[in-house]
Design a protein around this ligand. Sequence first.
Ligand code: ADP
Ligand code: MG
Length: 684
Amino acid sequence: EQKEVLPEKDSEQEIHLLKQLEIEQERITSVQETRKVLPVYGYRKELLEAIKEHQTLIIVGETGSGKTTQLPQYLVEDGYTQGGKFRIAVTQPRRVAATAVAARVADEMDVVLGKEVGYSIRFEDKTMADRTILKYMTDGMLLREFLVDPELQKYSCIMIDEAHERTLATDILLGLLKDILPHRKDLKLLISSATMNATKFSRFFNNCPIFNVPGRRFPVDIHYTVQPEANYLHAVISTVFQIHTKEPVPGDILVFLTGQDEIENIAEKMEMIAGKLGEKAMPLIITPIYANLPQDQQNRIFIPTPPSCRKVVLATNIAETSLTVEGIKYVVDPGYVKENSFVPSTGMTQLLTVPCSRASVDQRAGRAGRVGPGKCYRIFTKWSYYNELELMPRPEIVRTNLSSVVLLLLSLGITNLVNFQLLDKPSVSSLSKSLENLYLLGALNSKGTITKLGRIMCEFPCEPEFAKVLHTAATHEMCHGVLEECIDIVAMLHETKSLFMGSKNQNPGLRIIGQTDSDHMLYWEIYDEWRNSNYSKMWCQDHKLQYKTLCRVRNIRDQLLQCADKLGLAALNESARRELVDKQSGSALTARITKCFISGFPMNIAQLGINSYRTVGKKSTSGLDVYIHPSSVVFQSKRDGKKPCKFVLYQQLMLTSKEFIRDCLPIIKESWLEEMVPQLFRSR
Ligand code: ADP
Ligand code: MG
């Protein structure tokens, strides 16, 4: 008879360890089991065969079937990285998707994120050059890799994921890849897409095969509103609570909203209502997801909902196809999306909230039918669905500012832009507008050839306009010596959306920080004060600023500075700085910084009219009436009775109830315009 050996007391620790190991083992087993139930798993062998046989393959499958997380692992398992000799790249249109999916895949492969599996998004590289074999990245980052490695020699497979989204970077990538495929016979290209557009991709790649992964999808009941809703946010909230109080659990809710502001606003109201309901309803777990949300909070959407609770996910259209949340049974969809829209005649980009396409709202509805039959509540009418919505979303390339990609293509030696093959061609007017803009910035000469300055601008990991600001700050004899200040401001401008806790115009911390008359200088003072506090977390809390956002700003700032250093600009700036006699004076500093921004954003200038500003650009084009956004410091100084400046530079133009300009910098002396951009402002 075997006697059970009782553990001795001092090995308790060991038992604890063993138990942990066991839990970990169980977790890994369950992860491996989950992998096997995904629809793509049934097609693993066929897929790998098709990939072996064809250089380019389109893969179409229902969202959540495992394309993004599984296919790249199959490629690794099938030896495409040749023991670390080659890499596999998977592109994503969105940053959040790239990071979340990389984390998930690292977990599934049981490796540390940032080693074998990593991600690369702008300003954040979590990969190891000699170790990472599977690299998730934004499409924009792969585009930048062409600059250093024009034939992508390090890669054996490229997967262009979410290709149906048709972002500008994805479209350009497809064009470039089409170019290099004949020279890189060993390179495999996978294009994965939700069901829309697949044949278009196939035609573009010489009728390459389309591999269809059948998914499961349960029926989804669609409900419309009877009449158009005047206030869709209000309707969203009442619909969510209708569902929450009337429908059984389990069954989580997914709400599609347009952006961070809307999501935060609704989350706050829902928390309040849920609080008031108290014991009368089940607990409601409210989880937002949008690009600027801190990582740890993003992961909350993936935590399984406990029994007798309901989760409501408030998402941007990131949840349309890029991320799949398990357990969603109800979708609430107002049918809007935020889109960039470039108007070539004025040269301006606006951020607009526009109705989604039918393809998008159908895709959204489908999210309710993954675990079982679901319901989708559309906050618009059936009539509107059939008569007002476009069939397909418009690809970004036909509606966005092309300056940075045009510059990139030129620097890659693709000079015949009109003949460069693309899925959809941008309009000639928007192409010529961007060429004109690049010429105005000095990135191109009058023959349309890229200049030395243009190449420098390409090196910076930011828009050419910002790069120009930094270049001017280091080199222009009228305003150099302010490179570091400009870098601080440029870095801050990348992150202003999530800088303040609560809304900016109610921020009590602001008044303490400074008495400045421009948003740019306010941002600079905030960053400078934070630096002086030795990057303190407490200081942020005291001033109602998001610590994490400032940490990101610091990271961006360091990278811009590094880049400026590498290009020799930092050294030039240093010598200019030494000669500066007026570096102590605040107004002299402001003058220099303002001039640098004028040189980078000559198209973003508005002139004071009777009761609004009016944009000025080329003399031939008539301007647009714009209003200073209430969140701007400039708006507040006007309210405080200060005399407004005749000219103001702005970073953002947005259309909500009116045309608002945000992040504004008053131009104190009109003569600065001519001084910095004589081509445009001579003798106005
Ligand atoms: P597809 O790309 O075809 O839409 P994915 O590969 O993204 O599908 O997703 C496959 C499965 O992995 C889904 O069931 C999804 O819920 C799950 N999944 C993906 N990312 C995560 C994550 N970060 N945490 C938990 N589950 C995840
Ligand atoms: Mg996917």
